[in-house]
Design a protein around this ligand. Sequence first.
Ligand SMILES: Nc1ncnc2c1ncn2[C@@H]1O[C@H](COP(=O)(O)OP(=O)(O)OP(=O)(O)O)[C@@H](O)[C@H]1O
Ligand SMILES: [Mg+2]
Length: 223
Amino acid sequence: MSTILQARELCKTYKTSSGDVPALKNVNLDLEEGVFYAITGRSGSGKSTLLHALSGLDRPTGGRVTVDGTDLYSYSDDRMSAFRRRTMGFIFQQYNLLEDYNVKANICMPLTLDGRRPDEAFFEEITQALGIHGKLRKYPVELSGGEQQRVAIARCVLAKPKLIFADEPTGNLDKRTGDETMALLTSCAAKYGQTLIVVTHNPEIVSMADKVISIEDGVVTQG
Ligand SMILES: Nc1ncnc2c1ncn2[C@@H]1O[C@H](COP(=O)(O)OP(=O)(O)OP(=O)(O)O)[C@@H](O)[C@H]1O
Ligand SMILES: [Mg+2]
């Protein structure tokens, strides 16, 4: 199996009025193509910070991230955004939907921005599977938290990225919807050979993962 993402001596220190907060401390990781990773750790241990640093969303204060042979942070912000759109998908802890666009436009947005057209059959399949097919003309403000979460998941999956980063993707869903959502994510990942990196507190999701990455006070252990 080949390495798709490599982190070397990755550090992130937040500067705050009450002093420095070291949230990531010299993190080294090697993530393989097509593998499902669960990231676990207590609240405040640095999971979201790690996900953001690995995916180019927030520049680290030290170290390097290489994705698919590209030194991520050597890119300008614009080039990095374009590279991210083509290579990676995100499901955020806060869903980050665009309020002025309806559900369908939100789901297609990463492709639209990249000048690509969605695969209509796949669009049908995932919106049906996620139970949001009847909501396509609605706006995010008209949806429940769980529905917004599923729209964010559809948006991520539709673009078929090589890497999917998800921060508590089922945190707002009841057990059954959460199970169905994880089933969709894992089956798409298996079908398209995607690497799945999921932050979760849920022991069932941890047990589904191929490998577990633990983080405690910004220090990472790769299982
Ligand atoms: N923008 C920020 N400015 C300053 N400190 C921050 C910022 N974001 C996070 N932190 C701090 O960095 C540490 C790690 O935060 P992070 O959000 O990565 O934790 P987490 O493991 O995702 O927690 P949770 O499970 O609650 O989502 C915490 O001590 C947090 O207070
Ligand atoms: Mg978090």
